[in-house]
Design a protein. Structure first.
Lengths: 277, 251
């Protein structure tokens, strides 16, 4: 969690960064691209809907967004239009298959891939407008440690780190966690291992990440990072088929092993992170 | 209709004696100047008092109150701009022995000389304050990690080179230990945490023998070969399992 912070008057607050991560905002991020971050965001959102939550997924990968591709949605009004003042926030929110809402980045967002004070301000304004209306806001962020990604993650109360059991994915996840600990004083990062070879192999990967972090990431006593293994999504041929057909796995074949795994992750989130009000 | 509030100012009804004595003691004109309106006069007294309340009387530097308020504002700036900002804490080495050997007046001369030297070592935009007894603080906005060490070293060397007239026929030399920490960029920290981090470095500088600079290292972002090797240990587990056809799921 970020350090909480000095009080400020409401007038001051208006143009400041948030005092602390906004509640019930989960950032789905990864060290490396192509590990299934957007797949996880969309299907986890659908799984949370099945558990009775009102969910919004925000395409926070401003530069290289592809939530639209995953959901097969190509709206006229996007986050880009909200940023530029051409549309109102509520007009850019769409119903997605799976029963959740989405706010898509749309094309033209490449110009927002640099974190300027304006982008930060707009982003904050949008988040403040959204958060009160949903039980859960999932931020589908970009990969890695660019300033836009780190800023988006800083807005979340929880970080869900998606990694696959590949050397590059692991190294990048590890590096990203290091940065999150160093810059944001994150104390908890939840790990989802996608494309796990078999049930249980992901937990070993999280344990290993934890061991290396404990050894190499020096923090003040009592301020270390704790990785929580949120779950594995096993390698499953149904996933590839659903992605190619541009369907949500949760809608097409929720009963397949990967679908079951995602439902289970939603259950763990419900139990540990976002208990129903 | 109630009568409008009385906005006239009757200076004789105010007890300003203590305030004026304080201001005069600081070498400021206390009394109302010719042609000065009562409101302007009162405003000046208030402004001067505010200024006074932020100053360390012995050294003329900002005091701890001033330092903390600047630090709080610096945190706001960093959180918003992502500027690189450095906090240095300095402590005069073996200051107590100067006091013990030559008396407190000599100690005061040393404090004043170090304060003046410090103020001359930094840019106008930097804030120098007396943080405690023989401890000083410097806030350096917009200070890239590359330059932080150079600034701190320059301060240390300049002070070490001072020849301080602590008393008639008594010149002394002092050294300082310096600890420093950067504000976490883009993140709103607290003054307490930031000071604590700089203080830890100061402690390390002292423990390592004094008269030296210790800065908190910016987070090491690179992943070493050793770390990678250890990370991949887990992978071998997973892949060994993946290679075992009995445990594979739909792969």
């Amino acid at each position: 969690m970020n350090d909480v912070v000095s009080p400020s008057t409401p007038a001051q607050h208006a143009d400041k960064v948030p005092l602390k991560p906004l509640g019930k905002v989960l950032a789905v991020t990864s060290g490396k691209g192509g590990v299934g971050k957007t797949f996880v965001s969309a299907n986890l959102a659908a799984a949370l809907v099945k558990r009775g939550y009102k969910v919004l997924v925000l395409d926070a990968d401003l530069g290289l967004a592809n939530l639209d591709v995953v959901l097969n949605l190509y709206p006229k009004i996007t986050l880009h239009d909200v940023f530029t003042g051409k549309a109102k926030l509520e007009d850019a929110i769409l119903p997605a298959p799976g029963g959740f809402s989405v706010l898509l980045a749309g094309s033209g967002m490449v110009e927002y891939s640099r974190l300027t004070p304006e982008v930060r301000g707009e982003f904050l304004r949008i988040m403040e407008g959204l958060v009160p209306h949903y039980d859960v806001v999932l931020l589908d962020t970009g990969a890695g440690i660019s300033d836009v990604v780190l800023f988006a993650v800083s807005l979340a109360s929880e970080v869900l780190m998606v990694a696959t059991p590949e050397p590059t994915s692991l190294t990048d996840a590890y590096a990203t966690i290091k940065v999150l600990v160093g810059q944001q004083q994150r104390q908890t990062v939840r790990v989802i291992v996608n494309q796990a070879a078999r049930p249980g192999s992901g937990a070993a990967i999280t344990r290993q990440l934890q061991q290396v972090l404990d050894r190499f990431v020096v923090t003040e006593p009592g301020r270390g990072v704790k990785l929580v293994h949120l779950g594995d999504i096993p390698v499953d041929a149904e996933v590839r088929q659903a992605i190619m057909r541009r369907q949500l796995l949760m809608q097409a074949v929720p009963g397949c092993p990967a679908g079951q795994a995602i439902l289970q992750i939603a259950g763990t989130l419900q139990k540990d992170v976002i208990p129903r009000p | 209709m109630p009568p409008p509030p009385d906005t006239s100012l009757d200076l004789t009804a105010l007890r300003l004696d203590d305030a004026l004595a304080l201001l005069r003691h600081d070498g400021r004109p206390g009394a109302q100047q010719a042609g000065e309106s009562p409101a302007a006069y009162l405003q000046r007294v208030i402004d001067d008092l505010c200024e006074l309340s932020l100053k360390d009387p012995l050294t003329g530097l900002g005091n701890r109150r001033h330092f903390l308020s600047v630090l709080e504002r610096a945190i706001e700036t960093v959180a918003r701009s992502g500027d690189s900002m450095l906090l240095l804490l300095l402590d005069i080495d073996h200051f107590k022995s100067i006091n013990d050997a030559h008396g407190h007046l000599a100690g005061d001369q040393v404090l004043q000389a170090v304060a003046a030297c410090l103020a001359g070592c930094v840019r106008p935009m930097d804030t120098v304050a007396r943080y405690g007894g023989e401890e000083f603080a410097v806030i350096l906005p917009n200070c890239r990690p590359l330059f932080g060490r150079a600034v701190a070293e320059r301060i240390r060397q300049t002070i070490a080179a001072l020849d301080i007239a602590a008393a008639p026929l008594l010149n002394v030399k002092v050294t300082v230990s310096i600890g420093g920490a950067y504000a976490p960029e883009w993140v709103r920290s607290t003054a307490e945490l930031w000071i604590e981090r700089a203080d830890l470095q100061l402690y390390r500088a002292k423990a390592a023998g004094r008269n030296q600079v210790h800065l908190e290292q910016p987070q090491e972002l690179a992943v070493s070969a050793e770390e990678k090797g250890l990370l991949f240990d887990a992978l071998d587990l997973g892949e060994a399992a993946a290679a075992d056809p009995d445990t594979r799921v739909n792969a």
